[in-house]
Design a protein around this ligand. Sequence first.
Ligand code: AHR
Length: 504
Amino acid sequence: MRATITLDPAFIVGPVRPRVFGSFVEHLGRCVYGGIFEPGHPSADASGFRGDVLELTRELGVTMVRYPGGNFVSGYRWEDGVGPVDQRPKRRDLAWHSLEPNQIGVDEFMAWARLAGVEPMMAVNLGTRSVAEALDLLDYCNGPVGSTLADRRLAAGAATPYGVQLWCLGNEMDGPWQTGHKTAHEYGRLAAETGRAMKMMQPGLQLVACGSSSAAMPTFGAWEYEVLTQAYEQVDLISAHAYYCESNGDLASFLASADDMDQFIDAVTAAADAAKAAGKHSKTIGISFDEWNVWYQDRAESQPPQGDDWPVAPVLLEDHYNLADAVVVGDLLIALLRHSDRVEAACLAQLVNVIAPIMTVPGGPAWRQTIFHPFALTARHAKGQVLRLAIDSDCHDTQRFGSVAAIDAVATFDQVDGSLAVFVANRSTDQVGELAVDLSSFGELQLVEALTLHHDDPHFQATPDTQSSEFLGANETVAIEAGRLQASLPACSWSLIRLQIVGR
Ligand code: AHR
């Protein structure tokens, strides 16, 4: 397989947006309890936050974390999670058929987010609740002291408002599984009124309306158009959610998942722009891709408990990722970055234990899954502007998507320090990719680093004891001469190539 890419610093898609490297912490399974929070763990601080998870969260390069759900938020009473911990109620969580002990709530999450160095992104419950409760939560989080709710935050030790800027107006309200599921019209009206009231309290907020929970939803497209017809002026972004997995042994289609994400983003953009035109609006709605990942939803580990079994923090959605999953995660990030003109925020779902890059052993170590690495490397090295690259790749056939490009790539260029990063996936299951990149527009460049994520077995899984050098290492084939870069990319691989303008 061959591919040629031409890069020019003048051709820009948009800025690399830090919020694209967001993640997600939901009260689900062992994400909160046993994930970020495990009192008594050897690395835990006085608040019970695991220090090893905090360290890996920082290493992952996560910039923003969405909280507290997810499906969980649609039945959540945020007031249960504030005030003296020993007086907080235990409630049944219908979304995951679990018992919520409310040992962690808004204040604890904000304290954790500060330690992790991430921006909090909050979701309000528009399933079982409405405008008043959203306003109450907003006042509790962001209000200056003086109101009863802001003073309750003060009493919890937070005199300074949390300053949460980005808010989700509910979660996946298009899904019949959602507690308080609504039609597009019902939800659009509620989002409009909630958004209007929240902005009356704090005009500068950025609000995310629920888009579709997947492009496969029967209402997809019409949902976005109707919701934005109702709420266009009150919201700033519309959400998109997508999960991918290898099914029926069809690795070739799975590796091309980013093409599906591209089409999804383009369709959401079209629906949002149609609502803009029809409503004669002047602002443009951005996309918050606030749930994306690989998720094997049909496996036993994703089935919630049943009947009288309402456990606290059960093992749920604990997918064990392989090398191909990591290549797909790397390529999905490529797709998100190449839409940086429109995708303003994104959240890898989720952060710890639940379909997560970070796993924990109770009382034991925290460790990195395969998908940790492409995320961490992209978050660290994608800087400046995303370049509009011209790519010409050989194609191969897939069952799900027909003919797809074997090589997929995106590049970012930081004009300030002269660093260029090329992120590239070889999506062929069995062919080496020979890549040539024309970089002559940049002047003299030197190679800084070339790393490739690959294993001869695409289903190789990392364990707590695996060294990343078993599947991530220097790619010695990468060379640059007279403005032309050459690289050999193994089948089913993801690579990062870093270059630097000489003399900068
Ligand atoms: O991330 C797991 C679940 O997937 C979330 O709770 C929900 O929003 C989505 O369906």
